[in-house]
Design a binder for this molecule. Structure first.
Ligand SMILES: *[C@@H]1O[C@H](CO)[C@@H](O)[C@H](O)[C@H]1NC(C)=O
Ligand SMILES: *[C@@H]1O[C@H](CO)[C@@H](O)[C@H](O)[C@H]1NC(C)=O
Ligand SMILES: *[C@@H]1O[C@H](CO)[C@@H](O)[C@H](O)[C@H]1NC(C)=O
Ligand SMILES: *[C@@H]1O[C@H](CO)[C@@H](O)[C@H](O)[C@H]1NC(C)=O
Ligand SMILES: *[C@@H]1O[C@H](CO)[C@@H](O)[C@H](O)[C@H]1NC(C)=O
Ligand SMILES: *[C@@H]1O[C@H](CO)[C@@H](O)[C@H](O)[C@H]1NC(C)=O
Ligand SMILES: *[C@@H]1O[C@H](CO)[C@@H](O)[C@H](O)[C@H]1NC(C)=O
Ligand SMILES: *[C@@H]1O[C@H](CO)[C@@H](O)[C@H](O)[C@H]1NC(C)=O
Ligand SMILES: *[C@@H]1O[C@H](CO)[C@@H](O)[C@H](O)[C@H]1NC(C)=O
Ligand SMILES: *[C@@H]1O[C@H](CO)[C@@H](O)[C@H](O)[C@H]1NC(C)=O
Ligand SMILES: *[C@@H]1O[C@H](CO)[C@@H](O)[C@H](O)[C@H]1NC(C)=O
Ligand SMILES: *[C@@H]1O[C@H](CO)[C@@H](O)[C@H](O)[C@H]1NC(C)=O
Length: 509
């Protein structure tokens, strides 16, 4: 039995998805205020095209100021996950039952920079307990995410995946914990994919134990840099950062947690780092088609997008010493599934996902820039290749901003134009940030083949045969809705995008 509070805590997820195929779960219909809002919302959305202003102010007032899924420009289902005590109480677990559970650690593959004190390694992750939730309870919880689809109607493999993800979300976070790691040279990165990123090497030594300073945050998170001691091993020492161009691999095992292993990278001060988003560039998500996006995120096995694995494999072998860093704003709770897919499909590398303390709306909007700033500041002399797609409004703003904020550090920006190949993408995107940037530095591309035959190391990042069609303003709006219609609302395109998507959805009812 699951109490209704837990269902209410994830209600915003449901409201985040205005789509015809999606009928809210019955439990949610009975929720007092927000559900009334949902029906009103439908009425108002019906005449959205004639009264955009009415809708946008309505969205603001009913759903609060700038709900994050609106502000992101696209429905965002991975929102408002439950935290510590709400999971415990909703599953009816006593403190004794919690105490008896083993402690698990999500240890996110990270990176080190070379400093006056030697290698400075970042430790980032989360300490939690995984309750033994029954299949029935997981089904009930999964159904809330799978709006409009009953989990039992899915094929067995998809049911397992949906329960697996749901279980990862419904964990009990452990604050105030001490965390200790054991470090060893890594022969390869775990998983069946290509081992290592960009020909990274195994150091000769460096085995040691490290204890984090202080304890985990209330959300169970940790994130800190600690210098590594230069200890010798059977094969010698760690190579100094100014004595090699190759990233070195270290395994970082969390003491006391069998699933707390990660491979981290010691990355030299100079060289190339590829920072890659994952959804709709490395895998098919269709985040801009809410019903499909939900199933692709919660139930279906992750599928690579076209030939992208070939492109990355080529970059990994033809751009020696390249460091791969996967930077997505998907919440930390689902990181394991993303890592599992990436390491089976793409070159090994470090990871960044949304930390748990980024929960309120303004914080949600700032995550990508926060994560980008962190890695740029860690490597002030490295050059970065930024890869993503046009369906994220934060990418469209933050990627070009890195060009001005960190002069000479951005080598290339590659953005898949999801609207050009996918008629299901009705969301506009804003290219104004690219005005004034040298065309050689960036490319809006349609299919992975467009990325062939570039000379990335010499800064030739544009394939002249790929039509750019960049207006340096908002573009890609369907049905000839004009820019002025949206600017009249004074709210910008995010809200307009929501309104348009909503009108498309409900028009079909
Ligand atoms: C390498 O870095 C160390 C520590 O910063 C410094 O002591 C040493 O002189 C450097 N070596 C070279 C060749 O620059
Ligand atoms: C989890 O619960 C199921 C039955 O509810 C039981 O069969 C299983 O042994 C439990 N697993 C653990 C690790 O406690
Ligand atoms: C964490 O370590 C400190 C000493 O560094 C100790 O006082 C404290 O009891 C430890 N906390 C836990 C939960 O083990
Ligand atoms: C690390 O700690 C373990 C005990 O947990 C100990 O057996 C091992 O020798 C330590 N390793 C180093 C390199 O200090
Ligand atoms: C560690 O010490 C060895 C021997 O002094 C030296 O060759 C190596 O460069 C040092 N490595 C680091 C990472 O400081
Ligand atoms: C690792 O944890 C075990 C108990 O789980 C403890 O005995 C050991 O001292 C720990 N090692 C370190 C290096 O903290
Ligand atoms: C993590 O590493 C430890 C130590 O090598 C190993 O025993 C354990 O099986 C590993 N866990 C996973 C999930 O690979
Ligand atoms: C879910 O799947 C991932 C990836 O296969 C795995 O690492 C993880 O342990 C699973 N989680 C649960 C709660 O079963
Ligand atoms: C989250 O925590 C990190 C440190 O772990 C901090 O730098 C960041 O500002 C925090 N963000 C928010 C939104 O609280
Ligand atoms: C290493 O990274 C830390 C954390 O981002 C940063 O504060 C520091 O300036 C970096 N050091 C160097 C030498 O780049
Ligand atoms: C592989 O990557 C290299 C370096 O970017 C590039 O020169 C080469 O053309 C690529 N090969 C293909 C088939 O794209
Ligand atoms: C170029 O963009 C405009 C505005 O988004 C669009 O109407 C047009 O179809 C696009 N043309 C091509 C060739 O992609």
């Amino acid at each position: 039995m699951i109490s209704s509070t837990i269902l209410l805590t994830i209600l915003p997820v449901v409201l985040a998805v205005p789509h015809p195929m999606i009928t809210p779960a019955p439990t949610l219909r009975d929720a007092p205020t927000k559900v009334r809002g949902y029906h009103q919302q439908r009425d108002i959305i019906d005449d959205v095209t004639s009264d955009l202003k009415g809708l946008t102010s309505y969205v603001e007032s009913v759903l609060g100021s700038y709900p994050s899924y609106v502000a992101d420009g696209v429905a965002n289902f991975f929102q408002d996950f439950p935290t510590g005590s709400s999971v415990q109480s909703s599953l009816g677990l006593s403190d004794d039952q919690i105490d008896a559970l083993p402690t698990s650690v999500l240890n996110i593959p990270s990176y080190a920079n070379w400093t006056e004190q030697g290698w400075n390694l970042r430790y980032r992750g989360n300490v939690y307990k995984q309750p033994n939730t029954s299949t029935e309870d997981l089904n009930e919880l999964a159904n809330v995410f799978l709006i409009g689809t009953d989990i039992t109607s899915l094929p067995a493999a998809e049911q397992d995946q949906a329960r697996n993800l749901t279980a990862e979300i419904f964990v009990i976070q452990q604050g105030g914990e001490n965390v200790t790691f054991h470090i060893e040279p890594a022969a390869s990165q775990g998983g069946d994919g290509e081992s290592g990123g960009g020909n990274s090497v195994t150091p000769g030594g460096g085995a040691q134990n490290v204890t984090l300073m202080g304890q985990t945050t209330v959300e169970g998170d940790f994130d800190q840099f600690i210098p590594l001691a230069n200890v010798s091993g059977p094969g010698g020492y760690l190579l100094a950062g100014n004595a090699t161009l190759s990233p070195q691999r270290l395994n970082v095992y969390t003491n006391g947690s069998l699933i707390g292993n990660a491979t981290s990278y010691l990355v030299p001060p100079t060289g190339l780092t590829i920072i890659s988003d994952i959804d709709d560039i490395l895998r098919i998500t269709k985040i801009y088609e809410p019903a499909q996006g939900l199933l692709n995120s919660f139930a279906k096995a992750f599928v690579p997008w076209m030939d992208m694995p070939t492109i990355y494999a080529n970059w990994s072998s033809s751009l020696p010493d390249t460091h791969f860093h996967y930077l997505t704003t998907t919440p930390e709770q689902v990181t394991r599934n993303y890592m599992d897919f990436i390491y089976k499909t793409y070159p090994g590398g470090s990871f960044d996902t949304r930390p748990l303390n980024f929960s309120d709306v303004s914080a949600t909007l700032s995550i990508r820039k926060f994560l980008l700033d962190k890695i740029f500041e860690t490597y002030p002399q490295r050059k970065f290749i930024l890869v993503a797609d046009t369906s994220n409004s934060d990418v469209m703003k933050d990627y070009p901003a890195m060009v001005t904020d960190y002069p000479n550090q951005v080598q290339c920006i590659f953005l898949r134009n999801t609207s050009s190949t996918d008629s299901g993408d009705k969301f506009p995107y804003d290219t104004s940030g690219f005005e004034g940037i040298n065309q050689n530095m960036y490319m809006f591309f349609n299919v992975p083949d467009d990325l062939n035959d570039l000379d990335i190391s010499n800064g030739q990042c544009y394939n002249a045969s790929v039509i750019q069609n960049v207006t340096f303003s908002e573009q890609g709006l369907p049905f000839g809705l004009s820019e002025s219609a949206a600017s009249r609302t004074g709210m910008g395109w995010s809200v307009t995008a929501f309104a348009v998507a909503a009108s498309l959805s409900f028009a079909l009812l």
